[in-house]
Design a protein around this ligand. Structure first.
Ligand SMILES: NC(=O)c1ccc[n+]([C@@H]2O[C@H](COP(=O)([O-])OP(=O)(O)OC[C@H]3O[C@@H](n4cnc5c(N)ncnc54)[C@H](OP(=O)(O)O)[C@@H]3O)[C@@H](O)[C@H]2O)c1
Length: 406
């Protein structure tokens, strides 16, 4: 059984892991705390970016000799494969730790077996400590790796009466600056941002990750994906501005589903092949209806502004084609479970998890994982201050807020 100190160290390791959200794909986020033989914290670290040192390596370097006969507390089973940074199991064995406490076992067959290797080396291994909490922090990666396509968050901004754009198709005014700042945080945590060609034609968004106030761009940009069956994205569209990588996903490249539109499952599998584990679907209503009716949305994050419009675009719009095939038409309601409701500036932000009817293929393991996914922003000031390895997110000059990006 894990001691009180180990439990507390795991809580801290989970918070550290969240600092890697958005920069570690295709790797998971991971945190590690090293306790010395007297159970004092002597090292801590997190995996900051793919190709960079894993959490254990950072924490062991921090601890130095003090790791000997100590305990390594890790949010995810240590890797046993050589990879880009060498197996962490070897580093732990060489450091002379006596015990390793793990929250979640690694579902990745290429990296797994870490616990067995540690046990073979005579190290005591305890698994399953704060497992649910740690799994929630890694929900996108765990879900994606177990099923082979990314974890999809649909973010939508609407008025109180459920309108996502006015009759003239404008939508940039719906939510507050605070909500837009929050959306850029979500973008920063996603590996890809997906929209339909309808939104490109209506709003011409940039889809970059940036500071809403001064327009400066984050160093790491998410892949921009336009689902565009016939390749109608104009040459001068902002998504083609070169500020971030863009994939115009056409039917010719991805393939089509029975409705003749871009096959969204194939799209997601293609994104997984490109290393995308967390995708942010930003709409509009036709594409969102396509994703939802196929059971492909794992989580909804909605911003609801205290405004009424009375007319305009709804959040979802399905249609019946002339051949009778329905696109984005929900034959029966999809139940959602609210997991968080909060105020962001004057707007309500809700997080909800769809509970699809049995007929729709189960899209994810979210039902088995706590849906309260921590964000970098949720980490307390105390948590930040307690670590000497926190990194800021440097930004460079760029553009300002644009039409259609809430
Ligand atoms: N408030 C918000 O949160 C928000 C967010 C985004 C957009 N919007 C608003 O939404 C409006 C645009 O919405 P929209 O519905 O016209 O555009 P959309 O959903 O962005 O794009 C729809 C297009 O995507 C393409 N597509 C390809 N494969 C698809 C599939 N399997 N399922 C569904 N669509 C597929 C189709 O065009 P092809 O057949 O040519 O491939 C379809 O017409 C704008 O007014 C914008 O301001 C609001």
């Amino acid at each position: 059984m894990a001691s009180r100190a180990e439990n507390e160290a795991m809580r801290h390791a989970i918070a550290l892991a969240a600092f890697g959200l958005g920069t570690t794909s295709p790797n998971p986020v991971m945190g590690c705390v090293i306790l010395d033989s007297q159970e004092r914290v002597v090292g801590e670290g997190f995996h900051a970016y793919a190709g960079g040192p894993h959490a254990e390596i950072v924490a062991l370097a921090h601890a130095g000799e003090r790791a000997k006969n100590g305990t390594a507390v890790v949010t995810l089973e240590s890797c046993d494969s050589v990879g880009q940074t060498g197996p962490c199991t070897r580093a732990l064995i060489q450091a002379g730790v006596r015990r390793v406490v793990i929250a979640v076992s690694d579902p990745n067959p290429l990296a797994g077996h870490g616990a067995a290797t540690l046990r073979d080396a005579g190290i005591q291994v305890e698994q399953g400590v704060r497992e649910e909490e740690a799994a929630a922090g890694n929900v996108a990666w765990l879900t994606a790796v177990r099923r082979g396509w990314p974890y999809v968050t649909w973010r939508v901004a609407s008025t109180l009466d459920g309108r996502t754009a006015a009759v003239d198709n404008s939508s940039e005014w719906i939510t507050s600056e605070a909500a837009r700042i929050d959306v850029h945080q979500l973008r920063g945590e996603a590996d890809a941002i997906i929209i339909g060609v309808g939104t490109v034609l209506a709003d011409n968004p940039r889809l970059t990750v940036r500071n809403v106030r001064d327009g400066s761009l984050a160093i790491r940009q998410s892949l921009r994906v336009v689902v565009d069956g016939d390749g109608e994205t104009p040459d001068d569209a902002r998504v083609r501005d070169g500020l971030a990588e863009t994939w115009i996903a056409t039917a010719a490249e991805v393939g089509t589903g029975p409705d003749g539109l871009v096959d969204l499952r194939a799209l997601l599998r293609g994104l997984y092949q490109r290393g995308v584990r967390a995708a942010l679907l930003e709409g509009g209503p036709t594409l969102a209806a396509g994703f939802l009716s196929a059971g492909l949305v794992d989580r909804v994050i909605g911003y609801m502004a205290p405004k009424l419009l009375g007319a305009g675009r709804p959040s979802l719009s399905g249609k019946e084609l002339s051949n009778g095939v329905g696109v984005g038409i929900l034959r029966e309601p999809i139940d959602l479970e609210f997991t968080e409701i909060t105020l962001v500036g004057p707007d309500i932000r809700y997080t909800a998890v769809p509970r699809y009817p049995a007929r729709v293929p189960e899209p994810s393991l979210t039902a088995q994982l706590t849906p309260q996914v921590p964000k970098k922003a949720d980490i307390s000031a105390e948590e930040r201050a307690s670590s000497d390895i926190m990194r800021g997110v440097p930004i460079r000059g760029g553009s300002t807020k644009e039409k259609g990006e809430d």
